[in-house]
Design a protein around this ligand. Structure first.
Ligand SMILES: C[S@@+](CC[C@H](N)C(=O)[O-])C[C@H]1O[C@@H](n2cnc3c(N)ncnc32)[C@H](O)[C@@H]1O
Length: 496
């Protein structure tokens, strides 16, 4: 359901939609949006639903937001409807609560040729797959437009690299546990910007085995009298289950995230879980007694196995801990890294920096063609994994350091050091001034900037372009099919 304020599309939005409001300034160009007038017909029905007055309106979708939602005009207001495509006429339930409008797609009357048809029975359960109703071509066009628009000041991006089988790709799932109104145990994902759990048994982008294990755990909870944690009362035990799958190795990690370290019947539980799923190679208990939205707490106990899994990426072996970052779509990661390393034009002699290096994947893969690699990463567990990974792969020319990448670069610049190539792959918030200003001082010939957030990437590129660099290639990669997210690589070269 899509919720929005009643003062019209542009001015509107409750807190839930603030990020969308920002994004609405950067909507991808869509001719339909400008030219096609949607007509909100008089309501066909009018009733009260859950205390809200609701009507069923017949509307025509005139365009898409950058969040992949259909734009409609209804009673002079522009509203957004999830799962609706430009050109489609549909019945939409519009309900009003206070100053806010909710919309829910009831029925598509004339489907667009861009519409995807459910390949699986569980299709509609895929929470978090904002554009699963678009077919592959439409998703490709949508993402290309998002990147083209964002990168307009820097040049024309290459065609996006898509995925051949854009399903079942995630190697990491986190499911949250709770009780429904009938006090039955449910597992699922939080609804957008809320802590309401939407029950979900299967997602088109999850690893099928991971979803199966979650269902087994949910079933076992009743017989083991294990209560899900209740955020309001602070009662109960199990908050989330995180599953990591080594797509190449087949190794599987299960992390039970609990509110307390007291795990009654632990040994029986582990034994029963392993009996149903002998493919699980390690099980951990993570204790999270915090009140914020972080999934994992600081304390961790290995209950079975070695506490990590190993996977193969770009021909190297990587050990991965529960709290370390590891790209969630390994098939597309290989394509992403291959392009990023091609852009760096490595000769075998250069000094390269792998900033925000995670478990060292880019640095170790690129290190085969470099003189020296320096990796820096904030997360201690990831740095420990990176060091293990350099040993495991016999890399003698790679060093990893733990710390803030910005501070690390400031120190390097202060010592008057240089680098030939910098790979940078910051979190969604992008980089910071300390990092970027020191990067400019280190004067690498090439900077390969990998990002999962083109908005913060564009901001950082603007800084680098102002300070002596030019963007010479832009390569989007679809790492997250069925969702609105898109990865992008930008190559910057120092101006002569
Ligand atoms: C998008 S991930 C990229 C990881 C790695 N390059 C890869 O491809 O797997 C971003 C990484 O930056 C790390 N990070 C976040 N803030 C940081 C900071 N201030 N300094 C260094 N690393 C940071 C995160 O822990 C995470 O591992």
């Amino acid at each position: 359901m899509t919720k929005q304020k009643n003062r019209g599309y542009k001015k509107s939005r409750n807190k839930q939609y603030q990020s969308e409001k920002q994004n609405s300034k950067q909507l991808p160009p869509n001719k339909n949006r400008k030219n096609q007038k949607s007509k909100g017909k008089p309501p066909a029905a009018d009733k009260r639903q859950h205390g809200k007055k609701s009507v069923i309106a017949e509307v025509t979708c005139s365009g898409l937001t950058s969040e992949g939602k259909g734009v409609i005009e209804w009673e002079g207001k522009q509203l957004e409807v999830a799962n609706l495509l430009p050109g489609e006429t549909a019945e939409v339930i519009v309900s009003k609560k206070g100053r806010f409008f909710n919309t829910e797609l009831k029925r598509v009357i004339n489907p667009s040729e861009d519409r995807a048809y459910p390949p699986f029975a569980y299709y509609h359960e895929s929470v978090g797959c904002q554009i699963h109703h678009m077919n592959d071509q439409a998703q490709k066009r949508f993402k290309q437009q998002v990147i083209d628009e964002r990168m307009k000041p820097f040049g024309k991006p290459n065609p996006i690299i898509t995925m051949d089988h854009p399903y079942d790709y995630r190697n990491k799932n986190v499911m949250t546990f709770g009780l429904n109104k009938k006090r039955q145990i449910i597992s699922g994902l939080y609804a957008e910007n809320s802590h309401q759990i939407i029950p979900m048994e299967r997602s088109i982008i999850h690893d099928p085995k991971a979803d199966e294990i979650i269902q087994t755990i949910k079933g076992m909870m009743k017989s083991f009298k294990m209560q899900p944690y209740n955020e309001d009362t602070g009662q109960g035990f199990l908050r989330h289950v995180l599953i990591r799958v080594g797509k190449m190795s087949g190794e599987i990690m299960v992390v039970l995230v609990a509110a307390s370290p007291v795990f009654k019947g632990k040994n029986h539980f582990i034994k029963a879980l392993r009996k149903t799923h002998p493919e699980i190679t390690t099980i951990l208990l993570n204790i999270n007694d915090r009140n914020d939205s972080m999934v994992l707490g600081n304390q961790e106990k290995v209950l079975y196995g070695k506490g990590t899994i190993t996977d193969t990426l770009c021909g190297l072996e990587f050990e991965i801990s529960a709290k370390s970052f590891y790209q969630i779509n390994p098939v597309q990661t290989e394509k992403l890294y291959t392009r990023a390393i091609e852009m760096a034009e490595l000769t075998g002699e250069q000094t390269i920096i792998d900033a925000y290096c995670g478990i060292g994947t880019i640095g170790l893969v690129a290190g085969k063609r470099a003189g020296k690699v320096i990796g820096v990463e904030l997360n201690k567990d990831a740095v420990r994994d990176a060091i293990r990974n350099s040993k495991r792969n016999g890399a003698k020319n790679v060093r990893f350091y733990q710390g803030d990448a910005g501070e690390f670069m400031v120190q390097m610049a202060g010592r008057g050091e240089n680098a030939d190539v910098v790979f940078m792959d910051p979190p969604r918030s992008g980089s910071d001034e300390a990092f970027l200003s020191s990067l400019v001082k280190l004067k690498p010939k090439r900077v390969v900037y990998i990002s999962c957030n083109p908005e913060t990437q564009a901001r950082d590129l603007k800084y680098l372009v102002k300070n002596g660099y030019k963007v010479t290639e832009i390569q989007p990669v679809d790492m997250f099919p069925q969702t609105t997210h898109v990865e992008n690589v930008a190559l910057l070269e120092i101006k002569k």
